[in-house]
Design a protein around this ligand. Structure first.
Ligand code: SF4
Length: 192
């Protein structure tokens, strides 16, 4: 999807959400129950961006509520982050069939919604959960394994990639790295 002029006319997240819920710009919409727009504190300084909804997220219309989401909640708890205080969304707002990674053209189609979400929320720090978010928000060739824990800055917003919680479920050895990243996230939240 090229940039939609309608996105600029959305002056708040509710208007943007209503537009997004009607979106059929890519093939992912054909197989899902609905669009999972994102949720949380619309004035948060801290935003988390994952890959795409899974089955449970599609069923409930909420991001990060399946197994990976429950692990993310536990990480939040350990790091002293209150889920309701942050904003959580994904690169692709519709669930890919079989939970595959969104294709490049699907992610490209959906990206303008995230750009407008970021413009409206104006976070100070964005945490990329996994490679897809890192590629769209840091560098298109980036791999999360290579850049996790590093702090980037774009348009006055700090960006830090870390592993997607689904990767931790597959490989618990990554937990130590994620914990280091979350300690850094907490430090960055303290600095103005
Ligand atoms: S994934 Fe994004 S671009 Fe594709 S239909 Fe859903 S909301 Fe629209």
């Amino acid at each position: 999807m090229d940039w939609l002029p309608e996105l600029d006319h959305c002056n708040n997240l509710q208007e943007l959400k209503e537009l997004c819920l009607q979106c059929r710009s890519c093939g992912l919409r054909e197989n899902v129950k609905g669009v999972v727009f994102g949720e949380g504190n619309e004035n948060s300084d801290l935003m988390f961006v994952g890959e795409a909804p899974g089955a449970e997220e599609d069923r409930l219309g909420r991001p990060f509520v399946g197994a990976a989401g429950k692990l993310l909640d536990r990480i939040f708890g350990a790091a002293g982050i209150v889920r309701e205080d942050v904003y959580i969304t994904n690169i692709a707002k519709c669930r890919p069939p079989g939970n595959r990674v969104p294709k490049k053209e699907e992610a490209e189609s959906c990206f303008p919604y995230l750009v407008r979400q970021i413009e409206l929320i104006q976070p100070r720090l964005i945490v990329c959960l996994g490679t897809l978010a890192t590629q769209f928000l840091v560098h298109r060739e980036a791999r999360v394994t290579a850049v996790r824990g590093q702090v980037f800055e774009k348009g006055g917003i700090k960006i830090i990639p870390t592993y997607h919680p689904a990767a931790l479920l597959r490989d618990p050895n990554k937990k130590k790295a994620v914990w280091q990243d979350f300690k850094k996230i907490k430090e960055l939240c303290k600095t103005k």
